[in-house]
Every structure is written in structure tokens, then in C-alpha cells.
Design a protein around this ligand. Structure first.
Ligand SMILES: [Zn+2]
Length: 494
């Protein structure tokens, strides 16, 4: 993974070679190109791909080598592959936090299917926010997988998300925590730990050496009524900001409540990794109150990247939807053994935990409660879009151990929720292509259908600027110039 260490401006040549034989050519003929740098769809284009990169896009016939693969593009639409900039490839949706050896085979089946599920929904690049290098390696070891980029987690001692780990093993599970002197009374440096190894500079330096291109921090003092989790002080955040700038790393912040997102904006983070759905004292039946509007305008003015991650709350609501596991799309992206396990009492553990958290309310009421929370995030998303803010497509799959969140399918469902929020289809298309590529410094290689870019492309049977159905009727996925039939990526029978 050291090839990513530079953080900015690297090339992906090694990936290209892994996917397509030297000299291999592909021609897509008479296709309508839909690409975010174009004002309108361009019909009757011929696209030549060689060695995994686009060579030319032209209305003239192209001379390709004998033996080139030819695709008839008549009646079809060619787009860049999608990027989902908020995923966690190391976590199996719905499996318990503590690994259960009895479920290892199910986990392995998921590991094999996960990258294929992303590709099935047209996701050809993912940004892994805060999973281990091991899980990234397992993802990349699969024969067909989206190109993967990584962020590293800088977690404050005892803070979220390590707060869910048993305190007796927490410091071993998260050895590279940042020690926060301001929290020392409640969260002292563990016995035997060397404070010099737990400064912002030391932790970020170690993460940078592991080949990440961004650092993720967690501005989260609790879920629901709990607000007792430790977070970084202003001083520590300033040091984190300075160190990431020094190393050319982007700074990404988990924050989804108004008070937490205020800290993120004041700290000048590069990207806020969640939508704004906890409005706290500003919660209203409808509309966007002035304090929320002012905050969102500041995000826009400071050009802070914004991932709505609307599926986080909807993925919890789906735990309580009676048809979630009967959704025909699940048979395409979830291995049969995992799907069968979800339906067992053991597979419903997280649903029960969430239900108890709401006082044991009936399913319909629980679903409703979550959708009310989701509606705040949707209003904030629409408001930011209306300001002209370029949104980033990030699904946060899986955001919690919920079977309501599945790879690829949730990237699509995130786009569908953006549309339901009032974001027009062209803006959603940009969010998943050029906006993500630019935000994460990848636009030299990705984000448009243009000569010189990596040939991660989609052949669609409908125009995504006109209908969301385009993303559920993908004909071919082109990965580094190799053509893949969509149905070949569906979860196999075991
Ligand atoms: Zn996440």
C-alpha cells in the first residue's frame, strides 16, 4: 500500500496492469456519452480504450487493432463509474461486533461478494473511511473489485467509535489513540503507555506511513440523550489540522449533530462525513430554522465537502420494515447464507437492541421514529444543494451492524434518497462522479469520460440525467477496460 503514501498526485498505473493485458483494446461504438463536464449528452460517440485507459472519444470512426473487443453502444449511455466516498469494507452488515467463529463461513462469503456487489450497482471506486489495512487487503484480493482508497482513523482515547469496545481490551484494540490532556481526569493515559507516542503528530505520522490519503476524526460526544463520550479539545483539533496540512492529507470529520458539526466547521475540516440530522434544540416540524441555515451557508462559504449519508438513519428504519429481507435486490448483493442468517432470531440481535433503546415500541412506530430523524438530514441536503453546494456521494455502508445496509445497493439507495430530498438528477450524477473525484484528488484519473482517464465506465440502458432507473438497469460494467456483464456479478448460489 506504500504507493499511496504520497497522498496527492500519485498514479494508478499498477492497478491498470493488474486488470487488463498490455495492448488490449476496447471500442464502444455509436454510444451516447453522459459525462459531468459536458453540458448535454453527446450521441453517436466512438470511444477507444487501450491498456485500461480511454484513448479517444470522438464522433469519427476509430481504427482499433485487430482483435479489439467491440461493444455496440446504440441506444445505450456511457458514463463514468460511480465513486462511493464513504464505505467500510471491513465490516459485515448485521454481524455482531465481537467475531463469532460459528459465523466465519458467512463472513467469508460476504468478503467474496462485497466488491462484486459494489460493481453490480456501478460503483467502480470506493473510499474506505477508517477500516483496517487487513480488511482493505482482503477486498483487493478478490478477482473483481472497485479501486479502493483509504482514510485512517485518528481516535481520541476512549472516544467514539472505540467507546463500543470493552474497556479491558480497548487500548489493545485501538493502540494508536490520541491522548487528550484536557480529558485526563476521566480518561488518564493507560498504564505503560508513552505519551509521546499518542500526540496528534505521532498518531497522524504513523497513519500517513501506512499509506492513507486522508485522516478521519470523530466529533461525537454521544448518541441520543448520552453526551458523555470524550472528544478532542480545540487545541488538539488545531494540531490535527496543522499536521494533516503539513503532510498533504485531507481531514475528514464524523459529525452529524449541529453542535458537533459546528466544531468541524470551526476547525476547518476538508469534508464532513455525515448529513446533518440531529438539529437538537433547533428541531422543527418543517422548514430550515435560521441557526441551521447559517451553519449550512458557512459550510458552503468555506467550501467544506459534504456527504449527506442519508442511508445511515434509513438503514436503521429498514431493520423494522417487514419486507426488507424479501427485497428482490437483496438476492443480488447478499450471499444466500448471510440472507438466511438475517432471518433467524440471532440475526435480529441489533434490531432488538434498537427496539429496546426505544422502549420496546412496535415495528411501525420504530420505523416512523427513524424516518422523522432522516427527514432533518433530507432538508439539510436540499438546502445545501439549493445554495449551489457540490454534494459528495457517500453511503456509509455499513454505518451500523444493520442488515438494512448493503454494499452497492446502498450507494443506489443513497442517490434515491438524495432525489427524494429534492436534489435534481444531474447534481446527484455529479456527486457520484466528478465531485468525489475532485474532492479526493483523483480527478486526473477518474470522474469523467475523457481521453487519458482510467476506463472505469458504465454502459447503461437509460439516461441517468433523466431517470434513477439508469442505475438499476446497468448493462455492462467496464473496469480498467475489461467488460463485465452485470448479472455475472450477482451473488452466486452457495
Ligand atoms: Zn462511516
Amino acid at each position: 500500500m506504500a504507493r499511496f503514501a504520497a497522498g496527492v498526485g500519485f498514479t494508478v498505473a499498477s492497478l491498470t496492469l493488474a486488470h487488463s493485458a498490455a495492448g488490449a483494446e476496447l471500442v464502444i461504438e455509436q454510444v451516447t456519452v453522459v459525462s459531468p463536464q459536458l453540458a448535454a449528452a453527446q450521441p453517436k460517440q466512438n470511444v477507444l480504450v487501450r491498456d485500461g485507459r480511454i484513448v479517444s472519444v470522438s464522433s469519427k470512426p476509430v481504427g482499433a487493432a485487430a482483435g479489439a473487443v467491440r461493444l455496440d453502444g446504440r441506444g445505450k449511455f456511457l458514463t463514468p463509474g460511480l465513486m462511493d466516498s464513504h464505505v467500510h469494507v471491513g465490516e459485515v452488515p448485521g454481524l455482531p461486533f465481537v467475531p463469532d467463529p460459528a459465523l466465519a463461513a458467512i463472513g467469508d462469503a460476504y468478503t467474496r461478494q462485497q466488491p462484486r456487489s459494489y460493481l453490480y450497482y456501478g460503483v467502480t471506486q470506493v473510499l474506505n473511511l477508517a477500516s483496517t489495512p487487513d480488511s482493505a487487503a482482503a477486498f483487493e484480493a478478490q478477482p473483481q473489485h472497485p479501486d479502493l482508497f483509504r482514510c485512517g482513523p485518528a481516535i481520541v482515547l476512549d472516544g467514539y467509535p472505540s467507546v463500543f469496545i470493552d474497556p479491558s481490551v480497548r487500548h489493545r484494540a485501538v493502540p494508536d489513540f490520541i491522548y487528550e490532556p484536557a480529558n485526563a481526569a476521566k480518561h488518564p493515559l493507560p498504564a505503560g503507555a508513552d505519551a509521546a507516542q499518542h500526540t496528534p503528530e505521532a498518531v497522524i505520522g504513523k497513519l500517513a506511513a501506512s499509506g492513507v490519503r486522508c485522516i478521519k476524526i470523530f466529533i461525537e460526544n454521544g448518541f441520543g440523550p448520552d453526551s458523555s463520550w470524550p472528544i478532542m479539545s480545540k487545541e488538539t483539533l488545531q494540531r490535527v489540522r496543522a499536521e494533516t496540512r503539513k503532510r498533504g492529507l485531507l481531514l475528514i470529520a464524523h459529525a452529524n449533530a449541529i453542535d458537533m458539526q459546528r466544531i468541524a466547521v470551526e476547525s476547518q475540516v476538508d469534508v464532513i462525513a455525515h448529513g446533518l440530522w440531529n438539529w437538537n434544540e433547533y428541531s422543527t416540524e418543517q422548514g430550515v430554522p435560521p441557526a441551521i441555515a447559517t451553519h449550512l451557508r458557512e459550510i458552503h462559504a468555506k467550501k467544506i465537502g459534504f456527504q449527506s449519508t442519508l442511508r445511515v438513519i434509513a438503514g436503521l428504519a429498514d431493520l423494522f420494515r417487514e419486507d426488507t429481507l424479501k427485497d428482490p435486490a437483496y438476492t443480488k448483493v447478499v450471499p444466500p447464507s448471510l440472507l438466511a442468517w438475517y432471518a433467524t432470531p440471532a440475526g435480529q440481535w441489533f434490531k432488538e437492541e434498537m427496539r429496546q433503546g426505544m422502549g420496546g415500541v412496535p415495528d411501525m412506530k420504530a420505523m416512523h421514529n427513524y424516518m422523522v430523524v432522516a427527514s432533518y438530514g433530507m432538508r439539510a441536503t436540499e438546502y445545501l444543494h439549493d445554495l449551489g453546494h457540490p454534494l459528495l456521494l457517500g453511503s456509509d455502508t455499513p454505518s451500523a451492524p444493520t442488515f438494512g445496509s448493503q454494499p452497492g445497493y446502498d450507494t443506489y439507495r443513497e442517490m434515491r434518497m438524495m432525489a427524494q430530498s429534492g436534489v435534481p438528477l444531474p447534481a446527484i450524477f455529479r456527486a457520484g462522479t466528478l465531485n468525489n473525484a475532485r474532492q479526493f484528488g483523483l480527478d486526473k484519473d477518474y470522474g469523467t469520460v475523457e481521453a487519458g482517464k482510467i476506463a472505469n465506465l458504465l454502459l447503461l440502458t437509460a439516461n441517468p440525467l433523466e431517470t434513477l432507473r439508469a442505475w438499476t438497469s446497468i448493462d455492462r460494467i467496464i473496469l480498467h477496460g475489461s467488460v463485465i456483464k452485470r448479472e455475472s456479478l450477482a451473488a452466486p448460489r452457495e
